[in-house]
Write a new protein. Structure first.
Length: 116
């Protein structure tokens, strides 16, 4: 991993490893003050407990997202999550999202995607 995009591991409370990925993610944020309520992002890392997304717009820590990850074989993994950290990069924001109550079937799909 390049030092330029290294995440803040010491301040990161995550307990599981996230695998580096490049996945399309559809998102919805119900916060009326959010810059965009519906859109697409890129997931750059993923586990069954959370993800790191690249977004062009600034959201707030605590914003709740409904996410749909486009996985291999055109499978969709829908999850809900909360923004836990935001880091500004040159052209985008890295947004860490912690998932809440991931259904077993979705957890299985994510694990298949990240174990391969």
């Amino acid at each position: 991993m390049s030092p330029k995009v290294k995440t803040k591991v010491a301040a990161d409370s995550r307990q599981t490893y996230r695998k580096n990925v490049k996945l399309l993610v559809a998102f919805r944020c119900d916060d009326p003050s959010a810059p965009i309520q519906d859109g697409f992002a890129r997931a750059v890392s993923l586990s069954d407990t959370g993800a790191l997304l690249e977004l062009p717009d600034l959201y707030k820590v605590g914003n709740e997202f409904q996410l749909e990850f486009l996985l291999n074989d055109n499978l969709i993994a829908p999850v809900k999550g909360t923004v836990t950290r935001i880091d500004k990069r040159k052209d985008f924001y890295e947004v860490a999202v912690e998932f809440s109550k991931v259904p077993a079937k979705v957890k299985h799909l994510i694990r298949e995607q990240t174990d391969g």
